[in-house]
Design a protein around this ligand. Structure first.
Ligand code: SF4
Ligand code: F3S
Length: 103
């Protein structure tokens, strides 16, 4: 599962399309955690897609990660600012790749 303390335990190494990137990032195998309020561990995500289908405000969009061992696309929390903290994505992700930090 994603480390919900990633903001303490990991280093913010940059930003991609307005979404924070938390290392380590060593493509293609290591893609890090993306997002802050809504965070997705790209190294755990296996492209199930339930988060994209179920989020009522369409926070997620696919982003390609060619060569990653789990899946070659990931759920990027591109519109995390729109999140209404319903926690649906956290509940439906089969591999607990998502952390939402309400408040
Ligand atoms: Fe979307 Fe709800 Fe997840 Fe926020 S908590 S990203 S609104 S599904
Ligand atoms: Fe990935 Fe979980 Fe969404 S596996 S696509 S973060 S439901």
């Amino acid at each position: 599962a994603i480390d919900s303390n990633f903001e303490v335990n990991r280093e913010r190494v940059g930003e991609e399309d307005g979404v924070a990137v938390w290392g380590p990032v060593e493509p293609p195998e290591k893609q890090g955690i993306r997002g802050t309020h809504v965070a997705v561990d790209f190294d755990i995500c296996l492209a199930d897609g339930a988060c994209l289908e179920d989020c009522p405000v369409d926070v997620f969009e696919w982003t390609d990660t060619p060569g990653h061992p789990e899946s070659e696309r990931k759920a990027n929390p591109a519109d995390e600012d729109q999140c209404i903290d319903c926690m649906l994505c956290v509940d439906v992700c089969p591999v607990d790749a998502i952390d939402v930090d309400p408040g």
